[in-house]
Design a protein around this ligand. Structure first.
Ligand code: PLP
Length: 415
């Protein structure tokens, strides 16, 4: 069975699509084809229902009240933390800090872990394919002290040059930050190997898992890293919630990131003392309903199953790459084996924004722009790329619709 046939076969995942009513609509008079899950995935009914049920029956603030709803809400919030811990194979829920998303997780580590350790002349190692969320937070702490970013290079196909890595790790390297999967190239980086090399030089590793968590199982013990960051909304969960996993001994030694309620042990005007991790990093009322939704999203993906997700997405990816590659003048960026379902491309003679706008008129939602990875755009010498990204709910018909729409756009531009 070739990829096209496989992706067209009635599949257990067709029942999954019914979980996403938002997809069953027409836009601009055409059936909606949603191929922008790398920006934000749609939410299944199970997630929406869990959040609604929580708000209808159990909602209150957490950690503060003795009344029944406060206890129920606290239980739900802490159960969600335990769910995230199990999802990442953390040793304990105490290693999970709830944050707004991957961006806040990286900023937390930059401000609380890195900043106190950083001196003039120190280095932070990032890679050529990082999202701005895994570049700028490091610059914010490097610049004031005179530390610098160094950049691990990559090949044209989108593979990091791991042979160059040992030579870039030195006595001044304070941290290595790397994406588990690239939001542009789809590359899945060999984080376990990267971590082994970094640890051999005593360098801690933060992994940006924003794009990985919806596509592959994550085991932070196997990866061996020190911090792992992700966002709920890329995992079929809500926005405004995500998690930072950190090794207990590192989190325990880190100072608070923000001050406020819920992160203290005692407060006086002279001096305050702080709660243990993770509460120490969760100042203020958290996104309680978001955490409940995130736990439901984890249940959703695990219910579908990683094998089913991978088989479906890989078949669709192969189909999409085949159909797009057949279009004259179309270049795909990122062709490493085992990549996730993210396809960035450009069509000769067309700006990615024009392409995105024309295919939108045909009902096809893709992303066009720099994808918050300007240095990567510069690496390829382009200002922008178009990007189609796959989710568990996409179909072979939608891949055909994408290819048809791109061809039509190309014809309109030529004509
Ligand atoms: N890292 C990567 C690789 C991403 O793709 C994104 C979002 O697109 C982020 C980090 C930031 O995620 P968020 O905006 O949810 O914090």
């Amino acid at each position: 069975m070739n990829a096209r046939e496989q992706a067209s076969v009635p599949h257990a995942l067709q029942a999954v699509r019914a979980q996403f009513p938002i997809l069953a609509q027409t836009v601009r008079g055409k059936p909606l084809v949603y191929l922008d899950s790398a920006a934000s995935a749609q939410k299944p009914l199970a997630v929406l229902d869990a959040m609604r049920a929580f708000e209808l029956h159990d909602y209150a603030n957490v950690h503060r009240g003795v009344h029944v709803l406060a206890q129920r809400a606290t239980d739900a919030f802490e159960a969600a933390r335990a769910r995230v811990a199990a999802f990442l194979h953390a040793h304990s829920p105490k290693e999970i800090v709830f944050v707004r998303g991957a961006t806040e997780a990286v900023n937390l580590v930059a401000q609380s872990f890195l900043r106190p350790r950083l001196r003039a002349g120190d280095e932070v190692l990032v890679t050529a394919m990082e999202h701005h969320a895994n570049i700028v937070p490091w610059q914010l702490v490097c610049e004031p002290v005179g530390a610098t970013l160094r950049v691990l290079p990559m090949s044209d196909t989108g593979a990091l040059d791991l042979d160059a890595l040992p030579g870039m790790l030195g006595p001044r390297t304070r941290l290595l930050a790397v994406a588990h999967a690239s939001n542009v190239l789809g590359t899945v980086n060999d984080v376990a190997r990267i971590t082994r090399l970094a640890h051999a030089h005593g360098v801690p590793v933060l992994v940006d898992g924003a794009q990985a968590v919806a596509h592959l199982p994550v085991d932070v013990q196997l990866l061996g890293c020190d911090f792992y960051a992700f966002s709920g909304h890329k995992l079929y969960g809500p926005t405004g919630i995500g998690a930072l996993w950190g090794r207990a001994e590192l989190l325990d030694a880190m100072p608070p990131y923000q001050g406020g309620g819920d992160m203290i042990r005692s407060v006086s005007f002279e001096r305050s003392t702080y709660a243990d991790a993770p509460a120490r990093f969760e100042a203020g009322t958290p996104n309680i309903t978001g955490a409940v939704g995130l736990a439901a999203a984890i249940d959703f993906v695990q219910g579908v199953g990683w094998d089913a997700i991978a088989a479906h997405e890989q078949a669709l990816l192969e189909l999409a790459q085949g159909e797009l590659e057949a279009i004259a003048g179309l270049r795909i960026y990122g062709t490493t084996p085992g990549k996730i379902g993210v396809i960035a491309f450009n069509v000769e003679g067309m700006h990615a924004h024009d392409l995105g706008t024309i295919v939108d008129a045909l009902g096809v939602a893709i992303r066009a722009g720099h994808h918050c990875a300007m240095p990567l755009m510069q690496r390829y010498g382009v200002a922008a790329m178009a990007r189609a990204s796959l989710g568990v709910y996409n179909t072979a018909d939608e891949v055909h619709a994408l290819a048809r729409a791109v061809r039509k756009a190309q014809a309109m531009f030529a004509g």
